[in-house]
Each structure stands twice: as structure tokens, then as C-alpha cells.
Design a protein around this ligand. Structure first.
Ligand SMILES: Cc1ncc(COP(=O)(O)O)c(C=O)c1O
Length: 391
């Protein structure tokens, strides 16, 4: 069948493939420990759920303004200003159907066919596929495990070309948990501005930082505003993945372009979810601290246990809820050639689902999501240790 070229350039998210394989084994009645999902295991906090219920009961169930209701946009820009010292007005904010949709609108609005989009590895798989979808070239800058997978302005500068239109930074990072040093992030922003390149910062894990580190946004550097684009989401911070609310903060022309696109594609994000997101951003914030404290405990547990497995190395994740261990010591043993083989064999033999590094542009790692209970982490990590010992 003849399909459009643009759809042939992309593939179904590799992270979804793991979820499907794990699901199949579960359907056969097997006890699978699933470290695949990139979503909080906590329920959406009660005050947020109640706001959604009130919206339904109050008949707030019709179309809204395409770019989101004014109160929500106000809550987004005010919270961003409080947390990060940014300064955006309402015409510089649009509400979308989640962070993924925010990114899609931004790529569609600012990147032309044939241009380069620089993406540091390891990267969240969707960045590269959206670049391909808009017929741009994803250009990968390789960060190193020994440097904690952190991008630097020097590394970035070497990969810029006259065709570079945008650089995508995701800190804290999915899959490595790497957090950019605030000063280095500033240098990266300055480099982008001086070269007239957009810096798209995906902040969806911005509030999940460990060791007492304060959340940071490049938008706090107001002098860089002309070139900074923020893609945010309530999905992870408030355990609201199913509600589908994200946002873009950027120069008014970019936001207007996103509104234009949205006016012909999705129209407004779901009215009920907008009310829930309004409560999330402007209501009590205790639930975020509770979730962060639990993730912090799990992070230590997972990293310590991984490092105790002979041959496994694991860089310290500074944020998000993923560990990205190097499992290349298993290559060449038991017929395992790469991280795809490793993940497939681990699932088949030990019934533990992890995501192979190939999905994120590196070959020696697997991603372990610790957005799951301590009990399951314990069980799954024991199985990984035994699996590796038996190779
Ligand atoms: C780096 C990154 N950005 C954006 C998203 C999108 O999340 P959502 O569309 O639920 O806001 C995710 C989800 O996994 C992610 O990991």
C-alpha cells in the first residue's frame, strides 16, 4: 500500500515495543516485573481529581479557547516565574495535549525541511522521530558516560552547522537521569542565541531533582528569551499522564504559530483536564514533595543494587526516575551481542522488562524506570543479578 513518505520516515516508539512484549508474557500468566513504563506509579493527587470532577459537574465540558483557558495560562506563567524567575506574558503561552504534543507543535512551527536539529545522546526517542517527521535531520551529539552524560557548550559547538535550526535539551534527562549544570546550561543558551539557533528545553522532569538541588530553567536567563523555547508538562510532576496537558512558553510569534496549527488539528486541550491542571499548578504542592522523597529512596536503592552486580556500571542519575546502567559486560556471553539481545533475553528468561539503550541512541545500556514499588524493584533487581550471574 502506498503511504505518505513522512509516515515512513518514523517508527513506532521502541519504548512501546517493550511494553507490548511484557504485556504478551503477562497475558500468558507469567509474573513479569516491568521496569519499562515512564510514568509515575502514584495516583493523581485527590485535590486534582476533585477539580476534574467539579469541572464535569459544572458542565465545563465544551470547547474552550484553542490555546487553552486564560486562568490556566496565567497559572502556568505565574508558576514558571515563581519557580524559575522567568517572565512570560499570556500571548507567550499555549496549552497542549501533553508535552509530546507541545514538542510536535514546536518542531512543526520552527523547523524547515532539510534543516538540522541537534539532539544530545542518550535522547528520548520521540525527539529524533519528530525531527524526521518534519523532514529535518536529527544530528546526534554524543555525551559520555564518564562525564555523567552531560552536554557541554564545547561539545555542542563542534556539532553546529550552518543548517542547524534548533538544539533540543532535556534536563533532567530521559533515559539517563543526567542533569545539566546550571552554568553550563547558560553557556549552551548563550551559544544558541549568538548563533541564532533555537534552544528547545524539554522540562517535563524539572521538579524531580535529587540531593536538594533546586529546579532550574534556562528561561530564568531572560536575556536569552528570543531563542529559548520551553516545552513543559503536568504529566510527571503531578502524576497526570492520562489527563494530557502540556504547554509551550516562547516568543509570541512561535506561540501564535502553534495556536494556528492547533486550530486545524486538535483544537483545545480537554476542558476538564485544563481545570484539573489549573488546580495542580495553583493548588497545594505537598504531593510533589511526597513523590520526590519516594523516588529519591528508590533511586538510591536501585543505583546501589545495580553497582553491586559484577560487571555493571551505573552513572548517578541526578533527576527524573530512570537509571541507565551499562550492561556491556554481558556482551559475548550466552549469545548476547547488544542491549536489544540483552533486554529480549532478560525478559524471556528472567521475566524482567527493561528498555534497550538502542531506543535512546546508545548501545551499551538499558533503561530501568524506578517509577514502581520497592517490592518490585527488589524482586526485579534480584532477577537481573541472577540472570547476569548465570550467563
Ligand atoms: C523527555 C520527555 N518529554 C516529554 C514527554 C511527554 O510526556 P507527556 O506527553 O505525557 O507530557 C516524556 C514522556 O515520557 C518524556 O520522557
Amino acid at each position: 500500500m502506498k503511504l505518505a513518505n513522512r509516515i515512513s520516515r518514523i517508527s513506532v516508539s521502541k519504548t512501546m515495543a517493550v511494553m507490548e512484549a511484557a504485556l504478551k508474557l503477562r497475558e500468558q500468566g507469567l509474573d513479569v516485573v516491568d521496569f519499562g513504563p515512564g510514568e509515575p506509579d502514584f495516583p493523581t493527587p485527590e485535590n486534582i481529581k476533585q477539580a476534574g470532577i467539579r469541572a464535569i459537574e459544572g458542565d465545563f465540558t465544551k470547547y474552550t479557547a484553542i490555546g487553552g483557558i486564560k486562568e490556566l495560562k496565567k497559572a502556568i506563567v505565574e508558576k514558571h516565574a515563581r519557580d524559575f524567575g522567568s517572565k512570560y506574558d499570556l500571548p507567550e503561552c499555549i496549552v497542549n495535549f501533553g508535552g509530546k504534543h507541545a514538542l510536535f507543535n514546536v518542531f512543526s512551527s520552527v523547523v524547515d525541511e532539510g534543516e538540522d536539529v541537534v539532539i544530545p545522546t542518550p535522547y528520548w526517542v520521540t525527539f529524533a522521530d519528530i525531527a524526521r517527521f518534519v523532514n529535518a535531520n536529527p544530528v546526534f551529539v554524543h555525551t559520555t558516560e564518564s562525564e555523567g552524560f552531560r552536554l557541554t557548550a564545547d561539545l555542542l559547538e563542534r556539532s553546529l552547522t550552518p543548517r542547524t535550526r534548533m538544539v533540543v535539551v532535556n534536563s533532567p534527562n530521559n533515559p539517563s537521569g543526567a542533569v545539566l549544570d546550571d552554568e553550563e546550561f547558560g553557556r549552551i543558551g548563550k551559544l544558541c542565541r549568538d548563533r541564532d539557533i533555537y534552544l528547545l528545553s524539554d522540562e517535563c522532569y524539572s521538579h524531580f531533582l535529587y540531593d536538594g538541588r533546586k529546579p532550574f530553567s534556562i528561561a530564568g536567563h531572560q536575556e536569552l528569551k528570543s531563542h529559548v523555547i520551553i516545552a513543559g508538562s503536568v504529566s510527571k510532576t503531578y502524576a497526570m499522564t492520562g489527563w494530557r496537558i502540556g504547554y509551550v512558553l516562547a516568543m509570541p510569534e512561535i506561540v501564535q504559530s502553534c495556536v494556528k496549527l492547533q486550530s486545524h488539528s486538535t483544537s483545545n486541550p480537554t476542558s476538564i483536564s485544563q481545570k484539573a491542571a489549573l488546580e495542580a499548578l495553583s493548588g497545594p504542592q505537598q504531593s510533589v514533595g511526597v513523590m520526590l522523597a519516594e523516588y529519591a529512596k528508590r533511586r538510591k536503592f536501585v543505583v546501589d543494587r545495580l553497582r553491586a552486580i559484577p560487571g555493571v556500571r551505573c552513572a548517578e542519575p541526578g533527576g527524573a526516575f530512570y537509571a541507565y546502567p551499562n550492561i556491556s559486560a554481558a556482551f559475548g556471553r550466552g549469545g548476547i551481542r547488544d542491549s536489544v539481545d540483552f533486554s529480549a533475553r532478560l525478559l524471556e528468561k528472567a521475566h524482567v522488562a527493561v528498555t534497550p539503550g538502542e531506543a535512546f541512541g546508545t548501545t551499551d545500556h538499558v533503561r530501568i524506570s524506578y517509577a514502581t514499588s520497592m517490592e518490585l524493584l527488589d524482586k526485579g533487581l534480584n532477577r537481573i543479578r541472577e540472570f547476569m550471574a548465570g550467563l
